[in-house]
Design a protein around this ligand. Structure first.
Ligand code: AMP
Ligand code: MG
Length: 419
């Protein structure tokens, strides 16, 4: 009898590299078609075309001080010893066009933000004046333009307000509102259906009978999608039943921009995602030379991207980081798809599978000599608490069986130190 060779789980032979897998996915993902969204929905979205201002901003010259609108010429020689008296001819209030004009020897009382009346070219702050009934006494000179916020100082009509490709943050949103652009054209947030597959799964509110497991993955994926900028929708737990999975996915098609499921993508034909979608040829199943997260499914169902992630909770998170997150960012129209990385010194040994790129859960923090990475636990892809204590994934390359304490590793940081 021929000797049977044992399967080597640590080998990367015949598997796709992480880069190849990411490229396979990203080459089939495109930014969502741009549409006009109200500002409150466009917040955080990427602008799909340049926005040009139709007007000058500010739209009128206004006062930067409470005081008096004057002619600079009239007050040029004034000082505390030698005040100039001007005739008070009116009051400029905020939100209205001033009705009077400032003639020679005249002043108009003005509030901060009120339009500067015709004839005036400077503001004297109230502190350097004295009210004398019909007159105002001015104790200081003012050059033309003093304390005046000129028309068009910020933006000229025809200038580009925000460039295409810019993510609309707080300042951009305020600027667009101010310029009268209430519906900018942006790439919308993808609405992503989240499915969990498994006969053993129950919702987090349930009390498991022996052997049952509360669904963790849907919530991990939900939060990760949200953080990436997508609009996730929990589509529920699906049993390991091909017809139920197909029906559920098809029923959500009309409202979905993409699907992410977990579980059921391993080697067995009984694995439900594979069984439901492999034969139709919509979803491809492949193995990636990474640990955790080796088996993956990806394709399109009726034109909607479908990510079939493995079932183990840590595999789910790592697969999401490596393959789904960049795809979501691309759908959002973003061009920087990678997480920030730091180079860190390991504080303990990390053992990895020699043929695969290992993503080890670590806590990175700044030490005396730079970044330090401390493993948060062992390598099992079911150990979800080790992930909750981590803020980074140290990348131990294929070919390195043990990354020793004291050696340098690249760490993908998925959580900022302020969190
Ligand atoms: P599978 O890939 O479906 O064979 O699942 C692999 C392992 O992950 C099994 O131990 C499952 O019970 C577990 N698992 C699958 N889905 C979930 C989930 N949604 N939440 C928690 N554990 C899960
Ligand atoms: Mg399963």
């Amino acid at each position: 009898m021929a000797q049977r060779r044992l399967h080597d789980h640590d080998s990367g032979e015949g598997l796709l590299s992480v880069e190849e897998a990411r490229e396979k996915v990203l080459s089939q993902i495109h930014p969502l078609a741009p549409l006009q969204l109200p500002l409150v929905e466009a917040a955080g979205c990427v602008l799909a075309e340049d926005v040009v201002s139709g007007q000058d901003l500010p739209a009128f010259a206004s006062s930067a001080m409470d005081g008096y609108a004057v002619r600079a010429d009239d007050v040029s020689g004034s000082s505390p010893a030698n005040p100039v008296e001007l005739k008070l001819v009116g009051r400029a209030v905020i939100g209205h066009r001033p009705d009077g004009t400032v003639g020679a020897g005249e002043a108009i009382a003005i509030a901060t933000g009120a339009p500067v009346p015709a004839g005036a070219d400077a503001i004297v702050p109230v502190e350097n004046t004295e009210d004398a009934g019909d007159l105002v006494r001015v104790f200081e000179g003012a050059a033309p333009g003093t304390h005046v916020r000129p028309l068009g100082e910020d933006v000229r009509a025809g200038a580009t307000l925000v460039h295409q490709g810019r993510r609309l943050g707080a300042p951009e949103l305020g600027l667009l509102a101010n310029a009268g652009i209430p519906h900018p054209v942006v790439h919308p947030r993808p609405r992503v259906m989240v499915l969990s597959t498994g006969d053993e799964l129950i919702p987090p509110t349930g009390e498991p009978t022996y052997g049952q497991v509360r669904d963790a993955n849907a919530y991990t994926i939900f939060a990760a999608l949200k953080e990436a900028g997508a609009s996730p929708v929990l589509a529920g737990i699906v049993r390991d039943d091909v017809d139920q999975l197909r029906e559920t996915v098809l029923s959500y098609l009309i409202q979905a921009d993409a699907f992410v499921s977990s579980g059921g993508v391993s080697v067995g034909e009984r694995d439900v995602v594979k069984a439901a979608f492999f034969k139709r040829g919509d979803v491809e199943f492949f193995k990636v030379a990474m640990q955790p997260g080796m088996p993956q499914g990806f394709g399109h169902i009726e034109g909607k991207p479908y990510f079939g992630l493995p079932g183990n909770p840590v595999s789910v998170f790592v697969s999401f980081e490596v393959l789904v997150r960049p795809a979501i960012l691309k759908m959002l129209g973003r061009t920087e798809l990678a997480r920030p990385e730091v180079s860190a010194t390991l504080t303990a040994d990390v053992r990895g599978p020699k043929g695969k790129l290992q993503f080890a859960r670590v806590e990175v923090r700044r030490g005396a000599g730079g970044w330090e990475a401390t493993p948060t636990g062992s390598r099992g892809s079911n150990l979800i608490s080790t992930l909750a204590r981590a803020n980074g994934l140290a990348m131990v390359p294929a070919g390195t069986e043990t990354a020793a304490a004291g050696s340098e590793v690249r760490v993908m940081v998925f959580r900022s130190s302020e969190d």
